[in-house]
Design a protein around this ligand. Sequence first.
Ligand SMILES: [Zn+2]
Length: 94
Amino acid sequence: MEEKATVEDMAIFVCPHCGKEMDKWTIPAASSWDAEFHYVCFNDECVYFVTGWQWMREKYQANASYRHCVDPATGCSRPLPVWSADALKDQIIK
Ligand SMILES: [Zn+2]
């Protein structure tokens, strides 16, 4: 069965890496993204986020990671770089 629903109709976005509900997140004004908010997985135990630390250290010698991020307008996902576990959490829309 095929349902014709756009991603914007979906009330909840779920992270494909950990299965947790994603948070609505305000995009910083300085960014070039053409959207008001994205959905981001802020689960600190998310595999994507956890393995990101190791990957960034090995590839770039950087103490950083990234979180799974989805643009609800397009449904496209991208990595959202973070420098700490609490980074960007103050922009979560409750
Ligand atoms: Zn996740």
